[in-house]
Write a protein that binds this ligand. Structure first.
Ligand code: NI
Length: 391
């Protein structure tokens, strides 16, 4: 059987056989978003949707994650497919009939779609069990948006024995239905930091008797902008964003302390180590010169998501066969976004791919929504990835 024949009609079959189920599950998850590791109801919905399939199911992996294992008829390698299940602390403004019923929580990163697509792939692959040589493990992972559920799954040994692993992410800005990926880094290392500036409080009218934490924080924030522009090789990607700043209680009081927090994104491992050192030196210099102290807490969070070149090639090849050359793209650059699938890719060779949803509101915005036509397409892609990796 040639490859073209194998994938022929796969998306149409999935749409016909499981399309309604996938959409219903996606809406059900979307209505009830859950954050971090707290994906109890989402996991229940996934389990209900997998009911009756010939899967060996492990629950409570990384707290509320699920690993479902399909043993094919013949012997062969073990392939992992992973979806994230958690939502974000954002108040939804899509106006969708199945919008979040919880104030301040929303599936604004498409993880409801990823989870449903993986359930669709599980149905499709279970249906071809007799023809599969090897094992497919379906990973339903909590806490991608901070918390590192992927890391916990790895620490619990969930990916041990897996020979290669794949995941996808819905991608606004990429033409609808287009699959993009690349060899090597595809998502950045995503780290965070928090600084406390401790000066001397005082009366707003007597600054000479104080060490003004607000002015010092402002100087530090400005100086931090020179880390990327003056300390990093211009051809190296890096981002330093201050996302939070806080100080003060009243207009006429000089506060004793100020707090500054932000994120740093890098691709190069050496640069990832260097940036916090320069941040420390620069902020200490400024605070010291202005009679204050500063404490930098730097948190190395998610490493670079690094695709194994052979797996990325396999993924793009599968996408080309499934959807055609015009719907497949080799990405030029990584995204500076972070992704905890990185931890799985540190243990197991594999690839992370983007699936375009066109020009819709961005990820992590209150208006993020996508055309559900993408769901069977994503299921077909995951299914075909497993089929190809097993062959
Ligand atoms: Ni996401």
């Amino acid at each position: 059987m040639d490859v073209t024949q194998r994938f022929d009609g796969l998306q149409a079959d999935i749409e016909q056989d499981f399309g309604e189920k996938i959409v219903a599950l996606r809406r059900d998850i979307h209505r009830e978003p859950e954050l971090g590791f707290d994906t109890v109801k989402t996991a229940e919905k996934v389990l209900a949707a997998l009911e009756g399939l010939p899967l060996d199911i492990q629950i409570r992996v990384a707290e509320n994650g699920i690993v479902a294992t399909l043993e094919g008829a013949g012997a062969g390698p073990t392939i992992g497919l992973r979806a994230d299940m958690d939502a974000l602390p954002i108040h939804e403004e899509t106006g969708l009939p199945f919008a979040s019923e919880t104030d301040g929580k929303m599936h604004a990163c498409g993880h409801d779609g990823h989870t449903s697509m993986l359930v669709g792939a599980a149905h499709a692959l279970c249906g071809m069990r007799d023809r599969l040589n090897g094992t497919v493990k379906f990973f339903f992972q909590p806490a991608e948006e901070g918390g590192g559920g992927g890391k916990v799954m790895v620490e619990e040994g969930a990916v041990e024995g897996v020979d290669s692993i794949f995941a996808l992410h819905l991608w606004p800005g990429l033409p609808f239905g287009t699959v993009a990926s690349k060899a090597g880094p595809i998502m950045a290392a995503a780290d965070s930091f928090e600084m406390e500036i401790k000066g001397t409080g005082g009366h707003g009218a007597m600054p000479h008797l104080a060490a003004d934490a607000i002015v010092i924080a402002a100087q530090i924030v400005t100086a931090l902008q020179t880390v990327v522009s003056r300390e990093v090789d211009p051809v190296q990607p890096a981002v330093l964003t201050v996302g939070e700043i806080g100080a003060g209680t009243a207009f006429n009081i000089i506060p004793e302390t100020a707090r500054v927090a932000g994120t740093v994104r890098t691709i190069d491992p050496e640069l990832r180590e260097k940036i916090p050192q320069r941040m420390e030196e620069i902020s200490q210099g400024i605070a010291g010169g202005m009679r204050a102290n500063v404490t930098l807490n730097y948190n190395f969070s998610y490493p670079v998501t690094r695709n194994d070149p052979a797996s990325a090639k396999l993924a793009l090849g599968v996408a080309t066969e499934l959807f055609g050359e015009t719907s497949t793209l080799e990405a030029e650059h990584p995204s500076m976004g972070g992704e905890d699938f990185a931890f799985m890719l540190e243990k197991v060779p594999g690839a992370y791919v983007w699936l375009g949803v066109g020009d819709v509101s961005g990820l992590h915005t209150p208006q993020f929504a996508f055309d559900e036509e993408i769901l069977p397409r994503g299921s077909a892609l995951l299914t075909a990835l497993a089929m190809e990796a097993l062959s």
